[in-house]
Ligand binder design. Structure first.
Ligand code: PAN
Ligand code: ZN
Length: 188
């Protein structure tokens, strides 16, 4: 007879946590993010082993396979380096025509987006917010709240990550806390 089986993976909608098989976990410490924050003095005065964000991903197929999908969850801890909030490195996809979905699960954030011509804009993230990131668009997430920001992501398994462009040139705007409020400031 035909059997009905349980899935190997589950998701907890309250915090986005994924359980089961084919999972990877990555912890990003401040010391691994040397080119992200502008305020070098605050960077050096903060514990290098401070955890800034954590990524969990369900990779059911091999990285690079065309036609597959990856499913992830990121949490960014609350905090600031100088007047900039904790944020992800940010990247373009290596295959620039590969898009991605993000959705807010917990907390309050900003999704910073930048096209190839370095035009930058931003979207608010909150529980229930849904974001379509076109291919060709660099993306970085920022926790502007006082609690954990967690969000889900789904992207093609052959998208790849190009971190170099952002490492070298950053985004064309920085999100800073000015008089207690997040504000986008153009770079130079
Ligand atoms: C996400 C990101 C994750 C961490 O899964 O990889 O939020 O951000 P960084 O990769 O910029 O450190 C995604 O956009 N995947 O494509
Ligand atoms: Zn991405």
């Amino acid at each position: 007879h035909l059997s009905i089986i349980d899935t190997a993976n589950t998701i907890d909608y309250s915090n986005g946590e994924i359980k089961g098989e084919s999972l990877i976990n990555a912890t990003k410490y401040l010391k691994e993010l040397p080119n992200i924050f502008e305020d070098q003095q605050s960077f050096e005065n903060t514990d290098p082993n401070k955890i800034i964000y954590e990524v969990q991903a369900f990779l059911p197929v091999k990285e690079g396979l065309e036609g597959g999908l990856f499913f992830g969850k990121t949490i960014i801890y609350p905090g600031k380096i100088g007047d900039e909030y904790f944020m992800t490195k940010g990247h373009f996809h290596e295959k620039p025509d590969r898009g991605e979905f993000y959705w807010g699960i917990q907390g309050e954030g900003i999704l910073l987006l930048m096209d190839k011509n370095r035009n930058t804009w931003a979207e608010k993230m909150y529980p229930g917010s849904l974001h379509y990131i076109n291919g060709h668009i660099a993306h970085r997430t920022i926790n502007i709240g006082e609690s954990i920001l967690s969000f889900g992501a789904c992207w093609p398994s052959d998208a790849g990550h190009n971190y170099q462009e952002i490492m070298d040139n950053g985004f064309s705007a920085r999100l800073k806390e000015i008089k207690g409020k997040p504000q986008l400031i153009p770079v130079r």
